[in-house]
Write a protein that binds this ligand. Structure first.
Ligand SMILES: Nc1ncnc2c1ncn2[C@@H]1O[C@H](COP(=O)(O)OP(=O)(O)O)[C@@H](O)[C@H]1O
Ligand SMILES: [Mg+2]
Length: 271
């Protein structure tokens, strides 16, 4: 009960503005500084400026603790920056309805959460009004249908703690199916750091390629193949953007990027 009584620091705008999707710049961070409430003296992001144009694929790279996940969290307005503003299609996200903002964003997390419920429910979470046909079609595009139909009860199989155990790659494909069903304007993707089994890896990559077409996509990247395909790579460290560019130019201009390439990005995360 105590937990339920906690009020969120994030308040809805009194007179929210209408979200439109006709802006050239879809996401913009302007002079954003942020520290987590529990760590007032250590900024997670500092004076961050970033503009992301419609339809582009942006890769965020940097050592652990650089602020990549924090940037995703601020964009979804899970926290409020102490300074600066985050804009979505040109509007400060504080002036948008939370539901409108979050409806426009799809996320495929590193470790997707599955509910103790059947496959239907787990995928339909992306769009509660979806028909069975739409759920199956999304699962097919996420390359998930083939393993789902092999489960003991197919789409009616129970997942989660009490249910069928799925591999990391299969969980990611369920999360991808959710995102496909949601069809969001912006896709946030936190690439898995540990290797998926070879078959899942292939399916996840193929489904993602399909999902990113004509969609503004931000990827926290751990793979060389991903950064090579990005339109723009943002190199972060200690809450700051250190360099921005493409793979070839950053190899020349950014020592940090060069080091990350040598140490972290390998074709497959575990090799
Ligand atoms: N919930 C949290 N509470 C307090 N500090 C956090 C929290 N999440 C992340 N941090 C801190 O914020 C900084 C940025 O973290 P994060 O955005 O998770 O980095 P990355 O995703 O690049 O590894 C780190 O110093 C991290 O320890
Ligand atoms: Mg992270």
């Amino acid at each position: 009960m105590e937990l339920l009584k906690v009020e969120s620091d994030i308040v809805e705008a009194q007179q929210p503005l209408q979200l439109t999707a006709d802006n050239e710049i879809v996401v913009q961070f302007e002079q954003v500084s942020f520290n987590y409430p529990s760590r007032p003296d250590s900024p997670a992001l500092m004076n961050l400026n970033l503009k992301i144009a419609k339809g582009k694929i942006i890769a965020l790279v940097g050592p652990s603790g650089a602020g990549k996940t924090t940037l995703f969290e601020l964009l979804q307005r899970f926290y409020e920056p102490q300074q600066g503003s985050v804009k979505f299609n040109g509007i400060n996200i504080k002036q948008l309805k939370l539901a409108d903002l979050r409806d426009a964003i799809g996320i495929v997390p590193q470790q997707p959460v599955l509910f103790s419920s059947d496959v239907w429910h787990n995928i339909r979470y992306g769009k509660p009004s979806a028909t069975d046909k739409e759920v199956i079609s999304a699962a097919k595009r996420a390359h998930a249908d083939e393993f789902i139909t092999k489960l003991p009860q197919g789409y009616a199989s129970f997942l989660g703690e009490q249910g069928v155990r799925l591999s990391g790659g299969q969980k990611q494909r369920i999360a991808l199916a959710r995102a496909i069903l949601k069809d969001p304007e912006v896709l946030l993707l936190d690439e898995a750091t540990s290797a998926l089994d070879a078959e899942s890896e292939h399916h996840v990559q193929a489904a993602l390629k399909d999902l990113m077409v004509n969609r503004t996509t931000l990827i926290i990247a751990h793979r060389l193949a991903t950064v090579k395909h990005a339109d723009l790579i943002v190199v972060m460290d200690n809450g700051e953007i250190k360099d921005i560019g493409d793979h070839q130019s950053l190899l020349v201009s950014s020592d940090l990027y060069k080091r990350l390439c040598e140490l972290q990005f390998t074709q497959s995360p575990n090799h």
